[in-house]
Design a protein around this ligand. Structure first.
Ligand code: SF4
Length: 341
């Protein structure tokens, strides 16, 4: 592996609730190289956003959440060991996070340009150059007439423009990592495509490392180098984007891929969906979290959690179908029989 910028190991995060705990993230491991985009994909409640917020230390703020185990190595430091003040500095400069709702990041009572300027100054940028740099950043995110936009409030922007402003706010300080949590989910399809294009360009220009969190595999298809598929608080499959799309190995990933609209298919063919719902993480299943929804589930799937099998190219999957004693199954995406790993 080249320069690893973030190394997450055995991360587990829970929320205390009346009578017990919700085990939102249950032992997650991944590494990201500098300049890479990692897509973390899964449905609501899979633990992907909790993982991201744990990395930037936002889960522990004002919640009943607590870190159960794990380390997050960034730049030679374990982020789980930093004080609140040190983590606030990491969020101001090194690891920036953007959200589905730009108003989570933008202050509605402050002019947009001023917010970018303040972020720059907080990150140590010279005061006398911060205004020019803020306008330049608004130009880089392709907001028309950036000098005028600098003096406007967030409510004067459209949804797509607010998303651009939020990206400008996050990228102005040239962070080492940008975490984007469902940044295009609330946008119409055209604006979504424009924002994804912008993010690709921004990544090239800043040589940024990006973690893109989404429920939609289509969003990360043209952007990510690697994809981690999360389900019930665990990464169930991980690999290069091409391997995940062309040779997916986990039945949950098969289901996700089958539910992506295909423009080449007849409009009369119904979209398939994954029946059922994810398990309650208040009392997570002992075995595979997907077992109740999986058409290939075997007895063992309900009793034990499958080990991770390493396939080719660093492609990993946690599924009993890889076991030599498993029944023979045809992968619905490749049409080929699943080879036991
Ligand atoms: Fe399905 Fe069993 Fe594989 Fe889980 S381990 S995805 S239940 S076959």
């Amino acid at each position: 592996m080249k320069d690893v910028i973030l190394d997450v190991s055995d991360l587990a995060f829970s929320f205390k609730i009346y009578g017990g705990e919700v085990q939102a993230v249950r032992g997650v491991d991944f590494k990201i190289e500098k300049g890479e985009t990692l897509g973390i994909v899964g449905e609501s409640g899979s633990g992907k956003s909790v993982t991201a917020k744990t990395i930037v230390g936002l889960n522990a703020i004002g919640t009943s959440g607590y870190l159960k185990s794990g380390s997050i190595l960034f730049d030679g430091k374990d982020l789980t060991k930093l004080s609140k003040k040190e983590m606030s500095q990491v969020r101001a400069k090194d690891i920036r996070m953007i959200f589905q709702d730009p108003m989570t990041s933008l202050n509605p009572t402050m002019k947009v340009g001023r917010q970018i300027q303040e972020g720059l100054i907080k990150a140590g940028y010279p005061k006398d150059k911060a205004k020019t740099a803020s306008i330049e950043m608004l130009r880089k995110v392709r907001l028309p007439n950036p000098e005028k936009r600098y003096n406007q409030y967030p409510h004067e922007f459209s949804g797509g423009m607010r998303q651009r402003a939020m990206i400008a706010l996050a990228m102005a300080v040239n962070p080492k990592i940008l975490i984007a949590d469902e940044p295009t989910t609330a946008l119409d399809v055209t604006t979504q495509a424009q924002i994804l294009d912008l993010m690709k360009d921004i990544q090239k220009e800043f040589d940024a490392t990006i973690i893109m969190i989404t429920h939609d595999l289509g969003v990360v298809a043209g952007m990510a180098k690697n994809i981690a598929v999360m389900y019930a608080g665990k990464i169930v499959e991980y690999g290069y984007v091409d391997d995940i799309f062309e040779k997916p190995a986990h039945p949950y990933t098969w289901g996700l891929l089958k539910s992506v609209p295909d423009l080449e298919k007849s409009h009369k063919e119904p979209l398939s969906s994954i029946m059922g719902s994810p398990p309650d993480l208040f009392s997570p299943p002992k075995g595979c979290g997907f077992a109740d929804r999986c058409e290939y589930a075997m007895k063992i799937c309900h009793m034990e959690y499958p080990e991770t099998t390493l396939l080719k190219n660093g492609h990993k999957v946690s599924c009993f179908l890889q076991n030599p004693n498993a029944m023979s199954v045809v992968n619905p995406i490749t049409g080929l029989e699943v080879k036991h790993g």
